[in-house]
Design a protein around this ligand. Structure first.
Ligand code: ATP
Ligand code: MG
Length: 580
């Protein structure tokens, strides 16, 4: 189960969580309200909390965002700048005759217009959906169709390549705004619109339950679902940023996720701004030396990334990291996939601090379980529920649902009612209703809680392998595989077998300079057998150059399985290589 990484005395002093401490009597709502302002009469607006509030409280001059362009330019935006830009955008929407609740989609890269438009949409009380600019026309079309998009903010080039061909299928889409000074026929140029629009806009007095965001899930297990979130979610964005990411006013913070994935919106826009940090926005894609350079140059204090990126860092080796100064880093966190224990230990060695794993979903809107500052990190564990969150391990049997004792594997479940929880799956009431039973929200993930109250991820319910009477979680096997010197990434699936029911098959990518061959295959299998025992270790290993991943960087095991069994691949709209 991995060694415990001991906290430093400094961490201990800053502890905000103690094992065995009394559960906070405050709800997530209470705790969130301590961190936001709200509008009079109980109204609350995410866009207002993110920018206008800070300006009203005298922090308009503080840097809100540092934008790093692909070409190496660096531009700063103060809270005042973002407030004005988002007000102008909100005025554009209102001048177009759009009303509260209108659906505004974004398909553009990480550039200032995206952030201004996102915040302006929220301030205008309209509903925001950011999509990955790298999506191909089909994933863009299906999401805009399901979400009944009325407005799209995009670029000229994306419009020409991806939107124009699908326009005829999108009858609800009335307005297309393109970044820059000239626009194709039928579109509005955002440049002059922003210059002409008034800089004065009073945030719409949205109620706590008014819809604010629709976010599509990553599509790892099947067709993506559109999760609807409301304005009071900001209470939890504020709280979780403070507790799970250690965000403090004035900190330099970098979330590497794109807003097309919920992480890039909840923790790449809303939470950092509500907590009044200075956030880094990098327009470019993953590039290791660039990333290390950004952490060093910008003196990033809190860094939020994902296991796929961390595994790429490990794959490149410590030599690449050695020349950089990471002493500014105070807190590192990771989300999206299980964080292998190996990666936690590696990052502590290289950055001086471990990546703190945390767990949540598009549906939960915010971080639910995390390795909080002040607690010992057990590499491989997702941590503990945030203050105000109740998590349990449950099993659904013939006589209903029961909570399992510590140490047993079951479905990870949460007591509903935290502010950023989804309020619906768009147009999918039955699928939504199925998420709830016996007073719990059911996550679809399998996990175990140890006697210290730490949660351990086992695998998605869909990915569980049943072999000769054993239940095998892919995460455990994958983590053992990547401990082998040659293995960079691993994904395991169950393949039907007459005697065992299923056998474990692993797909692995190798570290640079390692050549695949039969001896290596045997050696990796031998290593896995030693670590896991013969019943759990993979019987077969296939070497690959890449593993199929979603746009948010998650390994798609279901696709490996479908390909292995010659079955239809199902929804592949989020597959990385499907972009243009
Ligand atoms: P879909 O629901 O469409 O199949 P998805 O579940 O990958 O896609 P997201 O909401 O982006 O969509 O991801 C949430 C899921 O990611 C979780 O349910 C869990 O399986 C996985 N996950 C997130 N964080 C962690 C973590 N720290 N450890 C293990 N798994 C994680
Ligand atoms: Mg999911």
């Amino acid at each position: 189960m991995g060694d415990i990484i001991s906290k430093t005395p400094e961490d201990r002093n800053a502890a905000c969580w103690q094992p065995g401490a009394e559960k906070s009597p405050l709800t997530a709502h209470d705790l969130g309200w301590q961190l936001v302002g709200g509008l009079s009469g109980g109204a609350i607006n995410i866009g207002y909390e993110a920018v206008d509030r800070h300006v009203n409280e005298g922090h308009g001059e503080q840097t809100a965002m540092i934008w790093l362009t692909r070409e190496g330019r660096r531009e700063s935006f103060s809270y005042g700048d973002l407030s004005v830009l988002s007000s102008r955008f909100a005025n554009i929407l209102c001048d177009l005759g759009l009303k509260k609740g209108a659906r505004v989609f974004m398909a553009l890269g990480r550039r200032p217009e995206l952030y201004a438009a996102a915040l302006g949409t929220l301030k205008a009380g309209m509903v925001l959906t950011p999509l990955f600019a790298a999506f191909g026309p089909e994933p863009l079309r299906t999401r805009m169709e399901i979400g009944k998009a009325e407005v799209l903010v995009t670029t000229k080039s994306l419009y020409t390549r991806k939107i124009a061909p699908i326009l005829k299928d999108l009858p609800t889409l009335k307005h297309i705004l393109v970044v820059g000074d000239d626009a194709p026929d039928g579109c509005l140029a955002l440049g002059p619109e922003l210059r002409d629009a008034s800089a004065e806009f009073e945030a719409v007095r949205t109620g706590p339950e008014d819809p604010a965001l629709i976010h599509f899930t990553s599509g790892t297990t099947g067709r993506p679902k559109g999760a609807v979130h409301v304005h009071e979610a900001v209470l939890f964005h504020a709280l979780s940023g403070r507790y799970a990411l250690e965000l403090q006013p004035g900190f330099t913070y970098w979330c590497t996720a794109d807003p097309g994935w919920v992480t890039g919106t909840s923790y790449g826009i809303i939470s950092p701004l509500v907590n009044r940090v200075t956030m880094i926005v990098d327009e470019a894609e993953f590039d290791l030396k660039r990333w290390y350079g950004i952490v060093e140059r910008e003196k990033v204090q809190v860094w939020y990334s994902a296991p796929t990126a961390i595994r790429m860092m490990m794959r490149a080796g410590t030599d690449v990291a050695a020349p950089y100064d990471f002493s500014s880093l105070q807190f590192l966190a990771s989300v999206g996939e299980p964080l292998n224990p190996e990666a936690v230990v590696w990052s502590r060695d290289v950055f001086g601090r471990p990546f703190h794993d945390n767990w949540w979903q598009t549906e939960t809107g915010g971080i639910m379980i995390a390795n909080l500052r002040g607690m010992d990190v057990k590499p491989g564990s997702m941590g503990v529920p945030l203050p105000g969150i109740t998590a349990g391990i449950v099993e659904t049997g013939n006589d209903g649902l029961r909570e399992l004792p510590d140490g047993e594997v079951g479905e990870l479940a949460l007591r509903p009612g935290w502010p950023s929880m989804m309020r619906a799956y768009l147009n999918e009431q039955t699928r939504y209703d199925k998420c709830f039973a016996g007073g719990w929200y059911l996550s679809g993930d399998l996990a175990m809680r140890d006697t210290d109250g730490y949660f351990w991820f086992v695998g998605r319910a869909d990915d569980l392998i049943k072999s000769s009477g054993h239940l095998i979680g892919p995460f455990e096997v994958e983590s053992a595989l990547i401990e082998h010197y040659a293995v960079a990434e691993a994904a395991v699936i169950g393949v039907p077998d007459e005697t065992a029911g299923e056998i474990v098959k692993a797909f692995v990518t190798l570290n640079p300079g390692v050549e695949p061959n039969d001896d290596l295959e045997r050696d990796i299998r031998g290593h896995a057998r030693k670590r896991l025992g013969a019943a759990v270790a993979p019987r077969e290993i296939a070497f690959c150059t890449t593993l199929p991943k979603t746009r948010s960087g998650k390994i798609m095991r279901r696709l490996l399985k479908a390909r292995e069994l010659g079955l239809p691949e199902g929804d592949t709209s989020t597959l990385e290589e499907n972009g243009a």
